[in-house]
Structure formats: C-alpha cells, structure tokens
Design a binder for this molecule. Structure first.
Ligand SMILES: *[C@@H]1O[C@H](CO)[C@@H](O)[C@H](O)[C@H]1NC(C)=O
Ligand SMILES: *[C@@H]1O[C@H](CO)[C@@H](O)[C@H](O)[C@H]1NC(C)=O
Length: 275
C-alpha cells in the first residue's frame, strides 16, 4: 500500500514537471521490537539545490541533514528514537534497536534552496510489534467430551504488542459468536497485552462427526504472525465411553464425584434400556 502510494506520487510529479519530487518514501508499517530499521526519503532535486532534510516523530525533530552547515548531520533526542548517525544520510535514516516507544508518526520534510524554497513533505505511521514468544494456551479442557457435556475452555495468547486476535474453530469451522466469551485484554508494565477468548457451549451429537470433535485455537497478528494450538477431543461409542470415562476421572481425583454421578446416570440408562 505504502509502496503503491509512492509510485503514484512519482508518476504524478514526474509528468507534472514539479521541480522537487519524491522518488521513494518508505516507513515500515511493522517492526519487531529490538530490530533495526531503515526509513527512506529519496527525493529528486531536478536541478534545484538542497537546503535541508528533516525528520520528525510525532512533530518532534530527531534528525537533520543540512549540506551547507557544519556538522552536516544533527541528531536530536526524542524518546524511543535511536538514530544510527554513521549509517544515516540525507536520504536514509537508520534506527537501531527499536522499542515499543519507537512507534509513532514519522515525517520527512525536504526543503530546496532559494529562490524557490520548494518543500516536500511525506509521513507514515510505524508500529513496533512484539511477536508472542509462545503458542496460545488452552485451559480448562477435559480429555474427553460427550454429547450433552458443557464445554467451557479458554484460549490465552502469550504477551504481545499489539494484542493477538484469537479465533476458536470447532471441527475446522469458526465457532459461532454466541459460543464465545470475550474478556478484556490484560496489559503488563511493559505495555504488552495478553488476551483470552473463552469457548462455552453445550455439546450435541452434531459436534461429533464420526465420533470426534476437534477444537482449535489460533492466535494471529496482522499478516506476520499466525500460530495455532490444536486440541483434538475424541468421544467413543457408549459401551467404550463408560470405560474410558472411568479411567480418565480416576486419574483426576478432583473430578471423581462428578464422574460417579455421571457413571451412575449412564448405568441407570443402560438398565432402563434393558427392561
Ligand atoms: C477463563 O478466563 C477467565 C478470565 O481470565 C476466567 O475468569 C475464567 O475462570 C476462565 N475459565 C476457564 C474455564 O478457565
Ligand atoms: C492462520 O493459520 C490457520 C491455519 O493454517 C488458518 O486457518 C488461518 O486462516 C490463518 N489466519 C490468518 C489471519 O492468517
């Protein structure tokens, strides 16, 4: 999108025959925290003489290149902007180790010398991102579900900036909105955000095509991050279910009372059916 805008601009200016024109303006949309990045403001003087190139972040100047002055390059202190003086020129500014505070609106301003004093201004937003270090985590899931059970589980993303978007899939289809519990994101002291998306529904036979229900949670941020945590949950035919259920609950003491009740009910049903 950004690149496209620049090219359109080049064509317009080129044909219009304006004196000063932008050849390439580039401010990356997203930069992972800790990395270096390059901002480009490549202009075409078309015979005019350059007076200055100034860079601003959120209205505050942080870099200036003035060929007729000594020193030619100046850096000004702006929070979150670490200019690599050596690597920066009139057309390129290099930022080292970007921080979350490096995010903001960057503007390049080119000024030609007298008598025309033509100016060229271009700006764009840069966002520093922190990619989650871990996959999303699924909590509260039982080992097995059966038609009639209530599914009540959470998917939580690892801390990131911006917050990850979570999606629940049931058997590879996006879960309907009425099954979802949306919780407010939690922000830590560094400004990183953790989000939780709950999945809450009454499982029916329709949720177990071929006796299997699969639940999947995906965390994504824009186009550059997409991780999936998959939990496949199985169910079996009733005769087997009794056994597997008993076995499962036995290994988890806390749920034993529920299991005995469930087991009793199931047995009652079987007995009833036998009569
Ligand atoms: C899901 O997360 C919310 C918010 O943190 C919490 O209140 C709830 O108890 C969690 N539910 C499960 C099943 O873990
Ligand atoms: C993320 O990946 C999953 C599985 O590969 C895919 O279904 C989903 O559409 C992707 N999401 C985004 C936002 O790219």
């Amino acid at each position: 999108m950004l690149v496209l805008t620049c090219w359109v601009l080049v064509l317009l200016c080129g044909e219009g025959g304006f004196a000063l024109s932008m050849r390439r303006f580039e401010v990356p949309l997203h930069v992972p925290r800790g990395e270096s990045t390059t901002l480009r403001c490549e202009f075409d003087l078309q015979g005019e003489r350059l007076y200055s190139v100034k860079w601003y972040k959120g209205g505050r100047e942080f870099f200036r290149h003035v060929p007729n002055e000594q020193p030619k390059k100046q850096v000004y202190e702006v929070t979150g902007v670490n200019v690599d003086m050596e690597e920066s020129t009139g057309q390129v500014v290099k930022l080292r180790e970007v921080e979350l505070a490096t995010s903001g609106r960057y503007k390049c301003e080119v000024l030609a010398e007298a008598p025309a004093f033509n100016t060229l201004v271009e700006h764009a937003i840069l966002t520093v991102v922190e990619i989650p270090q871990e996959k999303p985590v699924v909590q509260g899931a039982w080992e097995r579900y059966h038609p009639g059970d209530i599914v009540r589980i959470n998917c939580t993303s690892a801390p990131s900036k911006p917050a990850a978007t979570l999606t629940w899939y049931i058997n590879d289809r996006v879960a309907p909105e009425q099954y979802l519990m949306r919780y407010l994101p939690y922000m830590d002291h560094e400004g990183l955000e953790t989000t939780t998306l709950g999945l809450h529904f009454h499982a029916t036979h329709d949720h177990f095509p071929r006796n299997v229900m699969s639940l999947r949670c995906t965390a994504s941020i824009g186009f550059f991050y997409n991780k999936t945590e998959e939990t496949a949950l199985e169910t079996h035919r009733p005769a087997l279910s009794l056994q597997s259920r008993e076995h499962f609950y036995d290994s988890l003491g806390a749920r034993r009372t529920v299991s005995s009740l469930g087991l009793t009910l199931l047995l009652l049903c079987v007995l009833h059916a036998l009569r």
